[in-house]
Write a protein that binds this ligand. Structure first.
Ligand code: RB5
Length: 143
């Protein structure tokens, strides 16, 4: 499974912490930037991620901005992208089971690191339920 990660300046610190944390467990992310706390534009960062997923350079993504809001709005404008802000354990599981989310989003200025890794671990170990009603709704999104 190829996983990409990207953030704007508001999510830079959390991105670096996640990269370090998961590397210790042998999980390596493709880092699409940004590379410092210098101000940058979250729509352009989201586009790097959505391009990587649509071009199948990544199977899943992690996007981070200050709140998680701007970067998820940007990503979700792209057909085929289902980006979900993970804000509790049930949401982390349900957005994989029901929405087949392909991007986990976090708010770097809003969420505690321990919570972020707890939610992302759940997200990664949960599969899509493949129930007809959920697949039908996902198709409706793309139509
Ligand atoms: C940047 O200051 C901030 O606006 C951005 O990271 C994000 O929170 C936008 O939704």
């Amino acid at each position: 499974m190829k996983i990409a990660i990207a953030s704007d300046h508001g999510g830079f610190e959390l991105k670096q912490k996640m990269i370090e944390h998961y590397a210790k467990q042998g999980m390596f992310f493709d880092d699409l930037g940004t590379n410092s706390t210098e101000s940058c534009d979250y729509p352009l960062i989201a586009k790097k991620m959505t391009d990587a997923i649509l071009e199948k350079k990544a199977d899943m993504g992690i996007l981070i901005c200050g709140t998680g809001i701007g970067i998820s709005i940007a990503a979700n404008r792209v057909k085929g992208i289902r980006a979900a802000i993970l804000y509790n354990e049930d949401v982390a599981r349900l957005t994989r089971e029901h929405n087949n989310a392909n991007i986990a989003v976090f708010g770097g200025r809003m969420q505690k690191f321990e919570d972020v890794v707890k939610y992302f671990d759940i997200f990664m170990k949960t599969g899509f339920s493949e129930e007809n009603r959920h697949q039908k709704r996902i198709c409706e999104l793309d139509e």
